[in-house]
Design a protein around this ligand. Sequence first.
Ligand SMILES: [Fe+2]
Length: 140
Amino acid sequence: MPVVDLDKIPQVPLAFVNDDHREEARLLNELADAVRGHRDGRVAVGTVIHRLEALFDHTREHFAREEDAMRRTGFPPYPMHKAEHDRVLEDMESEAQHFRETGDTARLWSYVADAVPSWFVAHIQSMDHVTAGFVAARGG
Ligand SMILES: [Fe+2]
């Protein structure tokens, strides 16, 4: 079972942001599958680390695309949205580092199956929704 249902991701009025969210969810589901498999002894630790890196890389690029659109259109609460992105990237990096150092699968599972999906949906419904509306009204 996926941790995020691709068909239930809240949509915002900006296509590139929806595309990024779909890819983010796809990578998160792949990571969750690897963590579950690793916990059951079927998947190597290297696969988990590789998928963590793939998720981190995409998250950084996806946030940068949103931030670029906010700067281009002069979105006033840009610093608040950017600070939230920075906090999430720092968390993701520190969870990945903790897993590389300790191999703590239970903690990583709670991060990928609970913390990230909850944050993801709430963030889309609040900051991304408002941002996409503002950017779309200014022609993207
Ligand atoms: Fe965002």
